[in-house]
Write a protein that binds this ligand. Structure first.
Ligand code: ADE
Length: 224
């Protein structure tokens, strides 16, 4: 998979790609992430990429021209499955969306900033808009990092069997059951006996029951 991230703050978003599972995926050649500084496509030598909004109102709006130049350049080099815009006024990211996107070849992710983006960008270039939650961030970069992490860990070969994504919370619309490790008794707080029993069908049953209980208590909306 190849992901092209268009941003005004490349330094802000680079570091999550330099650690842990995402780094491993890159090293294994399973994903390639490229960062594009929107200012390199600015309309003048001062790096102008935003302007006041027509009709008046506070806040600068990202201009269409630099974004058009950057996206057109990328599209002339390869075909993209989706051109995604990170924005709070969009459908909220969930596991299903991450699963679907993890099967794609080439993605562009555009990070928004300032007051918003010239709406023609959304009409002309964007094929999918994603929010990471009902709150407003200063820009789309952190959202893009979240989205990329959720996608990349699902690419076949990124996680080993022992950390298979199939047992994640949400994969079956349930929260994960509790997990424990050594010591089995910590200051009189004991690990549930069943997990030490070696009875694997019973352990599986216990885990399913706990997953259901936790979902009912914490996220009943998932069971609807
Ligand atoms: N940009 C600003 N807020 C955002 C959000 N909640 N999700 C994605 N991108 C954003």
């Amino acid at each position: 998979m190849r992901i092209d991230i268009i941003t005004v703050l490349p330094e802000l978003i680079k570091s999550p790609f330099e650690f842990s599972i995402i780094k491993r995926a890159t090293n294994k050649g399973l994903v390639e992430v490229h960062f594009h500084d929107l200012r390199k496509y600015a309309i003048n030598k001062y790096g102008k990429i935003d302007d006041a909004q027509f009709g008046g109102g506070a806040g600068m709006v990202m201009m269409i021209e630099p974004i058009d130049k950057c996206i057109s350049q990328l599209k002339s080099e390869r075909n993209y499955d989706e051109i995604i815009f990170m924005t709070p006024d969009a459908e909220i990211l969930n596991q299903q969306t991450a699963n679907t996107l993890s099967l794609k070849e080439n993605l562009i992710i555009l990070c928004g900033h300032y007051k918003g983006i010239d709406h023609r960008v959304r009409e002309l270039f964007i094929t999918k808009e994603i929010s990471i939650g009902d709150y407003v961030l200063s820009g789309g970069e952190l959202g893009a990092a979240v989205l990329c992490d959720s996608i990349i860990r699902l690419i076949p070969g990124v996680l080993g069997d022992e950390t298979s994504a199939l047992t994640d919370s949400f994969q079956d619309n349930l929260l994960s059951p509790p997990v424990y490790t050594r010591p089995s008794n910590y200051k009189d707080h004991k690990v549930p006996d069943i997990l030490l029993s070696g009875n694997f069908p019973k352990i599986e049953e216990w885990r399913n029951q706990k997953a259901l209980e936790r979902t009912k208590t914490i996220r009943p909306d998932l069971l609807k």
